[in-house]
Structure formats: structure tokens, C-alpha cells
Ligand binder design. Structure first.
Ligand code: EPU
Length: 421
């Protein structure tokens, strides 16, 4: 298994360019199933989750061409199956989007239950509730979801989500696009990638309004045609670089971002003493001197993202004073990395949904293991800060979602070696 060997202690300086958003890409690529025609998609990140999704689509009969390293032409016109290869479906979380997309296009879908990062129980009952409300007959087996039209057929409906769910919002938007009538999703998620998906589908001829608010309306259309679209920059990748610079100290221009998406993250780092200078599509992060303690509670967008919990935890681990970090989306998310950080000298006490973090002057290098994508990113940041060498194992999790992490960090002055064991 490949691993990263990190020699800590370097300040980060220079410029880093953020890639296309993972969580938008893994929704937009399967959404192309709804389109008869060529979708030209720019800013597609080269990460393993995207490679798996493209593999699944190719298996189903999609044609994929690369116009440039991050621009693909995806043509799903000739897709012939509503049963994606379970071996690949089980390798990632977002493969559940194939359910909504295939249901809309073929009025049936047979999709294995997804795999991916397992940092918490990740039920899909709200996705299923949405499909059933749209008229689908849902047959859930131990490892499969089978969808077909129920006795009244498939049509638009009003669905009020019991929990704010990104995945359920995306899946219902896709499922409803080609169904007759109007669908209303209440208590919808508002994350930037929901807006990006809706913008992509509208570019292809869908009629979706309200994405980015808690009520999304989808007016069914008969068909979607091809077009060209650029995926938004990755809010969490950008946030990870901001947290890394905050922790190591330094001065870095983070470019290709949407400043509005970053405010929920920079506001907290600012409280810790980090400075930011905003430009139209970039932000300069400047960190000097010791970070100060703060209090953070994760929430759905526009709150502080759960996907940045572990990275800010590293900043808190070396900040002056006692910080409190409360997780309100996935209660068990601390367990994947806090014991690893403790082995590097962090002082973290977990009490229910809250981690109480007593900042130390420094961390020390250790052999640690990534248990999921964001936990892995946090361990990389910890390794960049720590005295001595840190080995991060299980880096396949990290490479699911960070494009060229080693190259980008090293260009800023980090010392990370990727070793194939
Ligand atoms: N939930 C339910 N039932 C459902 C769906 C969700 O109870 O049917 C609960 C979950 O257990 C959780 C909360 O609702 O407590 C929110 O879950 P959500 O559905 O929003 O999460 P997701 O769609 O599975 C996406 C991202 C995650 C990110 C979460 C929260 C993708 C592919 N994944 O997951 O990203 O943590 O939203 O923002 O978009 C990552 O990028 O590392 C990652 C894990």
C-alpha cells in the first residue's frame, strides 16, 4: 500500500490552483445520463472517485473523450443498461446518484448499495423516500436497491426531507428532471454543489429553480440536450490548503476559488489569527505567530462544513488555549482521526458531539493511518506541522478527493514523498 512520508516544519509559500469540486463532479457526471447528446464538462478533477464514476458510465455505454486533461466530452445517448457494475458502485459513495439518474432516464434502476468513506452510519432513507414519493416501487435488498414504476406511474411530487441531505436533494433533483409534472423539495440542502448540479442540468435544458435555497422546484421536461459546462472549484480542497497554511505558517495565494463559498471557513480561521486578502477568484492566506483557540460547530451550508472538521481540528491542536469543536452532521466523525492525532501529541477529549482540544506548542511525527478522505487530509496537515517525520498510511482514501496533493503541497515548500511500499 502506498504511503506519504512527510518531513514537517516548513512554512508554505507561493501559489496553489484549486481543482474542480469533487462533490459537484460526482453528481454532474452521472447527471449526464439524463442527456441525449454530448456534454462538454470542464474543470473535472483527476481523482479516483471521478475515475471510478467514469468507468461505471463507460461500462453502461457512455462515450468519453478527453479534450484536455480536465475537460471531457461525455455522451450518454447510447447508454443501454439500468444496472451499473456493482463492483465499481461499491467502491464509492456517490454511486448512489446512479439511482436517481437511471430512474429518470429508464424509469427503472438496479443499483448496488454504495461504498466509500465509512466514518459514520450513512443511511439513504431520504433518497428512498423521495423516489417513492415520485411514484417508484422500491425494493431494497441487503445489498441492492431496485426501482421501477409503481401502480400510478412516475410523476412529480412534493417531498419534505426529514433531514437536510445533500445526497437526497441531488438524487431527487435528478430523478424528477424527466418526469411529468412539478416536484418540490422542501428542507433541501443548499451546498454549492447542489447549485452547480442544477446549473448544469438547466444548461442542458432542465427547468429547476430555487437551488441554493431550502425549497427546490423541478418542472419536468421531455428531454435534455447536450451543452458545455464548467464545474465549480472545490470549496473543501481550497479550505484544506487554507488550514494547512494556517497551521504551518506562511503566505499563499489560493487561486481558482469562489470567495463566497470560503467565508464559512475563513471566518473561523480569522478568529484564530489568520489573515485573508480576497480577490475576484482567489484568496491570499497569511499566517504568522501562534494560532489562537476558537469554537466551531459544523452545520450544513452556509455553516462551517463537516468536511473541514478534521482539518480545523489540527489547527486547534496547536493553537494557544482550549478550543471546542462540535460535530452536528456526523456524530462519529471524530473517531476516524483523533486517536491518530493523539499519537502525534494532540490533546483531544471527546465528550459526546464535542471535542475539547487543549492546544500544544507542537506535534511530533508518527506513523498514522487515514481512515477516510478528510481525516487523511488532516493527518497530512498534522505531518506538515510536526517535528520530525510522519508516515501517513492508507492514502488511497486521500487520493479519492485531492488532485495532485503531493505535487501541489511540495510546490508550496512542503516535503512530502509518496512511496509505493
Ligand atoms: N441522512 C439521513 N438519511 C439520508 C441521507 C442522509 O439520515 O437518507 C443524514 C446523514 O446520516 C447525515 C446527514 O443526513 O447525518 C447529512 O448527510 P448527507 O446526505 O448530506 O451526506 P451525503 O450526501 O452522503 C455529502 C458529501 C459528503 C459530506 C456530506 C455533508 C458527496 C458525495 N458527499 O454526503 O462529503 O460530508 O454531504 O456535507 O457529496 C467528503 O467529501 O469527504 C464527504 C464525505
Amino acid at each position: 500500500m502506498a504511503r506519504y512520508v512527510i518531513t514537517g516544519g516548513n512554512r508554505l509559500e507561493g501559489t496553489v490552483t484549486i481543482s474542480g469540486a469533487k462533490n459537484a463532479a460526482v453528481a454532474i457526471l452521472p447527471a449526464a445520463i439524463l442527456v441525449k447528446g454530448k456534454c462538454r464538462v470542464e474543470n473535472v478533477p483527476d481523482i479516483s472517485d471521478v475515475r471510478i464514476m467514469l468507468r461505471i458510465l463507460a461500462d453502461l455505454g457512455a462515450k468519453i473523450e478527453y479534450e484536455a486533461p480536465s475537460t471531457i466530452i461525455l455522451d450518454c445517448t447510447d447508454i443501454h443498461s439500468s444496472c451499473p457494475n456493482p463492483e465499481y458502485v461499491r467502491k464509492m459513495r456517490a454511486s448512489y446518484y446512479l439511482m436517481g439518474a437511471l430512474l429518470s432516464r429508464f424509469h427503472e434502476a438496479h443499483v448496488a448499495l454504495p461504498g466509500g468513506c465509512n466514518f459514520a452510519a450513512r443511511p439513504i432513507d431520504q433518497h428512498i423516500k423521495g423516489f417513492a414519493a415520485l411514484g417508484a416501487d422500491v425494493d431494497e435488498t441487503e445489498d441492492y436497491v431496485n426501482l421501477k414504476p409503481g401502480p400510478k406511474g412516475l410523476q412529480g411530487a412534493k417531498i419534505s426531507l426529514d433531514v437536510v441531505s445533500v445526497g437526497a436533494t441531488v438524487n431527487i433533483i435528478m430523478a424528477a428532471c424527466l418526469l411529468p409534472g412539478k416536484t418540490v423539495i422542501e428542507n433541501a440542502a443548499k451546498e454549492p454543489h447542489i447549485v452547480d448540479l442544477a446549473n448544469f442540468l438547466n444548461t442542458m435544458g432542465a427547468h429547476i429553480s430555487g437551488a441554493g435555497t431550502d425549497t427546490v422546484k423541478i418542472y419536468g421536461v421531455e428531454e435534455l440536450k447536450g451543452g458545455s459546462y464548467a464545474i465549480i472549484p472545490d470549496q473543501i480542497e481550497a479550505g484544506t490548503y487554507l488550514a494547512a497554511v494556517a497551521a504551518t505558517g506562511g503566505n499563499v495565494l489560493v487561486q481558482n476559488i469562489i470567495p463566497k463559498h470560503m467565508e464559512c471557513i475563513t471566518s473561523k480561521l480569522q478568529e484564530m489569527g489568520v489573515q485573508f486578502i480576497y480577490y475576484d477568484d482567489a484568496v491570499r492566506v497569511i499566517s504568522d505567530g501562534r494560532l489562537q483557540h476558537t469554537t466551531v460547530k459544523t452545520r450544513p451550508y452556509p455553516g462551517f462544513p463537516t468536511d473541514m472538521q478534521s482539518q480545523i481540528c489540527v489547527c486547534m491542536s496547536i493553537a494557544e488555549g482550549i478550543s471546542r469543536l462540535t460535530e452536528s452532521v456526523y456524530e462519529t466523525r471524530f473517531f476516524g482521526y483523533c486517536t491518530e492525532l493523539a499519537s502525534m501529541g494532540a490533546d483531544i477529549l471527546i465528550s459526546g458531539k464535542t471535542a475539547i482540544i487543549s492546544g500544544r506548542e507542537n506535534l511530533s511525527g508518527a506513523v498514522v493511518r487515514a481512515h477516510d478522505l478528510r481525516a487523511g487530509a488532516a493527518l497530512v496537515i498534522a505531518g506538515l506541522v510536526a517535528q520530525g517525520a510522519t508516515e501517513v498510511e492508507n492514502i488511497n482514501f486521500i487520493e479519492r478527493g485531492y488532485e495532485r496533493l503531493v505535487e501541489k503541497m511540495n510546490a508550496l515548500g512542503a516535503d512530502i514523498k509518496r512511496l509505493e511500499k
